[in-house]
Ligand binder design. Structure first.
Ligand SMILES: C[S@@+](CC[C@H](N)C(=O)[O-])C[C@H]1O[C@@H](n2cnc3c(N)ncnc32)[C@H](O)[C@@H]1O
Length: 442
């Protein structure tokens, strides 16, 4: 096979699975099983074509004669990957066109190979005009679905544009140092000795950003449990929880265990940490992570909205890292732009409120519950917390004082409360929302 064609074939299959069949990018990449030599290229093409695919779809719509939606998923994927290479990847234009046309023949689109060739060549001739048209709207310019642009503008009118731009950036690879096994300075020195430059993150004391991303599974420090991968925004949950020695803690939506393990690494002497998740398969990932890091928790499979599940138990701290739209982590998961639908948001908000309603009675008087999402939509965040307050008059929002621990990390604060949001683009971090709620003990 001509050089570079195998990676285009695999990338087309991945994009077609996401765009045409609604699979997640993670699942589609796993199913594509590219050869080790092709893996990096397939990932780069797939992430890039999804990241910029809404802008490129506007271009493609002008290039094809029949309606874009009536084309097969493979043909749409071929054209998106061809355009992505021409516009963004730095691939020499002749290679971008020839490898994409060759891939067309190998993914069952041999009859359309001529059309793919014609579209990509026309793009090269008419690029400026085609991009001008695609860029007429904010949704086109920032390559997002219209409903999401509308939601950002409604929720965050003055921050919407930087948020949309930040969602297209390459995310940093941020490590969380396992301070039970090493120190941040020692890990930075260990990595530097192997040629890996790192930067600390102000406000996130266990975080280190690797300047040049790599496959962490190859790092001895990762294999031997001296670090994990976790964005600095997600590393804010545990300081906000403010658990102390002797406390019982419930992590109610725990898999794959990022925050459970951060808690155990930084808080010695806890009486018990219960890691609960509804998904037994994902609970195994907590087990693997805890074993790698040398940590222990009580593992439970179950639905946290089931009021009988933990009946009779009380916790001093509860973390509800709720399932959400993921709109704060689009830079890491560009498939979210393609897979989420506007109607998902209210359904998620209903589940989020149900989790809070079921878990609040398990909190000891005087205890603290932290509600977290990696969404930036107010419907999943402060509106859920407002609805929760209407049901539980014994709940107090203590986010403003609790968030003093975040120090240098910027967040929206009480004007947009209850709770506080870290918006994409604010700190170079993922978007997150946190609400710290305490139960009055009178
Ligand atoms: C955002 S993820 C949690 C990430 C995790 N806290 C971490 O830091 O690694 C949300 C998790 O909630 C779980 N989940 C969803 N609904 C649930 C429910 N009703 N009860 C318990 N877990 C649930 C999902 O299976 C998923 O693993």
């Amino acid at each position: 096979m001509t050089e570079g064609v195998a990676s285009r074939v695999a990338a087309v299959r991945v994009i077609a699975a996401v765009v045409g069949r609604g699979q997640t990018l993670e699942a589609a990449l796993l199913a594509a099983r590219p050869s080790p030599a092709d893996r990096a290229m397939v990932q780069s093409l797939a992430f890039g074509a999804l990241r910029f695919g809404h802008r490129l779809t506007r271009v493609a719509t002008a290039l094809v004669s029949r309606s874009w939606e009536s084309q097969t998923a493979e043909l749409r994927a071929l054209i998106l990957i061809g355009l992505y290479q021409l516009e963004y990847s730095g691939t020499p234009p002749h290679a971008a066109v020839s490898t994409t046309v060759a891939a067309a023949r190998l993914v069952g689109e041999q009859k359309a190979a001529g059309m793919v060739n014609a579209c990509l060549r026309r793009y090269q001739r008419e690029r400026a005009h085609l991009l001008d048209v695609a860029d007429e709207t904010l949704a086109g310019r920032t390559s997002h679905p219209i409903w999401l642009v509308d939601a950002y503008q409604r929720d965050w009118p003055s921050q919407a544009v930087p948020m949309l731009v930040a969602a297209n950036e390459h995310p940093p690879l941020t490590l969380r140092v396992n301070v039970m096994r090493t120190s941040v300075a020692a890990l930075a020195a260990e990595l530097a000795a192997d040629g890996h430059v790192t930067q600390p993150v102000p406000g996130a004391p266990e975080a280190l950003i690797l300047e040049r991303p790599l496959d962490v599974r190859l790092l001895p420090a990762f294999i031997e449990g001296r670090c994990s991968v976790q964005d600095a925004a997600a590393q804010c949950a545990v300081p906000l929880l403010a658990a102390r020695s002797g406390m019982r803690v419930l992590d109610a939506c725990a898999a794959p265990g990022g925050k459970t393990s951060h808690l155990l690494e930084t808080t010695p002497g806890l009486a018990e940490v219960v890691a609960l998740d509804i998904d037994a398969g994902r609970l195994n990932r907590i087990r693997d992570n805890l074993t790698r890091l040398g940590l222990e928790a009580t593992m439970r499979v179950g639905d946290a909205t089931d009021p009988t599940l933990m009946s009779g138990q009380r916790f001093d701290r509860i973390l509800v890292d709720a399932p959400c739209s993921g709109t704060g982590v689009i830079r890491r998961h560009p498939d979210i732009k393609w897979l989420r639908r506007p109607g998902d948001v209210q359904a998620l908000a209903d589940r989020q409120l149900a989790l809070l309603v079921a878990l609040w009675p398990l909190l000891s008087p005087g205890g603290r519950l932290v509600y977290a999402t990696c969404s930036v939509l107010k419907a999943e965040n402060r509106q859920v917390i407002r609805a929760f307050f209407r049901k539980f008059p014994d709940a107090v929002d203590v986010t403003e004082s609790a968030s003093l621990v975040l120090g240098a990390i910027s967040h929206t604060g009480p004007v947009d409360g209850p709770g506080t949001a870290l918006l994409p683009g604010m700190n170079g971090m993922d978007g997150f929302y946190y609400a710290c709620l305490e139960r009055r003990d009178d």
